[in-house]
Design a protein around this ligand. Structure first.
Ligand code: ZN
Length: 390
């Protein structure tokens, strides 16, 4: 197994990740390393299968130098979207290409009886089976990320509305112990926002503020709609003191309440989540869309734009395709008018279409970035004897 020099290797790897198709000389010029040292780094990364030779640089005279690029095809990450009761498992390579996917349903009967260990138990079984089916060696799996609905603390989570539980449900430790690779657990909407930022190339921008409003159908029907959110600021997801920051679904509706709402577990009976779900359940004609919901969502978006003044607002109306366009256009018009009125820049509003893999994809992004850029995290990938490429 080749020796690992994490400092040198992450420097070269991160450089090639950001600048595909560079020569050793160019890398040496842009880093603090000499040409012979860069050559060593290149050899080590080639040996590990993290970069590949792309060809030669077209120079006018002399020997044409080789150019290199990042190769994400030899190592993998598992991403899980635990939407409860349904879950999706996806296997991505280091280039975030989807390699295989699967999923299933949790045993809600066991969970409602208080058997929370059945959650990691079911996930472990499905992860192992997906890895088996994809014929990828365990040694090439470098991490797993899970996105869960609810509040996350130290690798455990508490759902706000999915099932009753007095305590936090442990997820990271049981998964890590059984599967043997690093596991991270985060809020599902946070992971989706990370995925959007990554797609847009904004993941490493520290000066942007991004906000995500998610309105999702519960499983199989929209008898239950889940409303969540996420805030990105200063290069990180803003969690707040206890992880409840961005739970826009439990912030108040600001329309006149003509009716008494049932209680919500969050303690804020007049919350948007409760209002929307009550409106749906009480609608006399299930085919006619309750216009009060559209109004409440439009209002909430205006509040979000003022509270955060984001560089980007992502509006995900998956549960309500009939009003997706209307809400989106309304938000854009508001942002445009506001910009004109206050002589400020228009806020970018984005609407999400198919987000089926976004949570699973987002769940692996932080780990992946760390593995490429942080020497200690990079070194973790090669602590065991595993040079079995080929
Ligand atoms: Zn609530």
């Amino acid at each position: 197994m080749p020796k690992v020099d994490p400092e040198l290797e992450t420097t070269v790897l991160a450089y090639l990740y950001d600048h595909p198709g560079t020569t050793k000389k160019e890398i040496s010029k842009c880093t603090d390393y000499s040409f012979p040292t860069i050559t060593k780094g290149i050899e080590a990364l080639l040996g590990k299968g993290l970069i590949r030779k792309r060809g030669v640089k077209d120079t006018s005279a002399g020997r044409k130098p080789s150019i290199y690029e990042f190769d994400g095809s030899n190592y993998f990450f598992v991403g899980i979207d635990l939407s409860i009761p349904k879950f999706t498992i996806a296997l991505f390579d280091l280039s975030k290409r989807l390699v295989a996917s699967g999923g299933g349903f949790l045993d809600m009967e066991a969970i409602n009886e208080g058997d929370h260990s059945s959650i990691p138990g079911t996930l472990i079984k499905h992860v192992k089976s997906l890895i088996n089916r994809s014929s990828i060696s365990d040694k090439r799996i470098k991490g797993l990320g899970v996105g869960v609905p609810g509040i996350v603390r130290k690798g455990a989570f508490k759902p706000v509305t999915r099932f009753e539980t007095e305590e936090m449900v442990p997820l990271r430790d049981p998964l890590q112990k059984e599967l043997g690779f690093p596991v991270t657990v985060g809020n599902d909407v946070d992971q989706e926002l990370l995925s959007v930022l990554d797609y847009k190339g904004l993941k490493n921008e520290s000066d942007i503020v991004a906000v995500y409003l998610a309105v999702r159908a519960g499983e199989r029907s929209r008898a239950r709609v889940n409303i969540g959110g996420s805030i990105y600021h200063n290069g990180h997801i803003l969690q707040g003191r206890n992880g409840t920051a961005g739970e826009f679904g439990h912030t108040s509706v600001n329309v006149r309440l003509e009716e008494d709402l049932p209680d919500c577990k969050c303690g804020n009976k007049n919350c948007l989540d409760n209002y929307v779900n009550t409106k749906i359940s009480r609608a006399s004609n299930p085919k006619a869309f309750p216009s009060e919901i559209t109004r409440a969502l439009n209002q909430k978006i205006k509040d979000l734009l003022f509270i955060f003044n984001p560089s980007l607002l992502v509006v995900d109306m998956e549960a309500f395709p009939e009003i997706r366009r209307e809400v989106f256009e309304n938000a854009k018009a508001f942002s445009r008018d506001l910009a004109g009125e206050l002589c400020i820049e228009e806020i970018e509003i984005d609407s999400v279409g198919d987000s089926s893999m976004a949570c699973a994809r987002g769940a692996i992004i932080n780990q992946l970035c760390e593995k490429i850029r942080e020497p200690s995290k990079y070194a973790e990938m090669f602590t065991t004897d595993e040079n079995d490429r080929g």
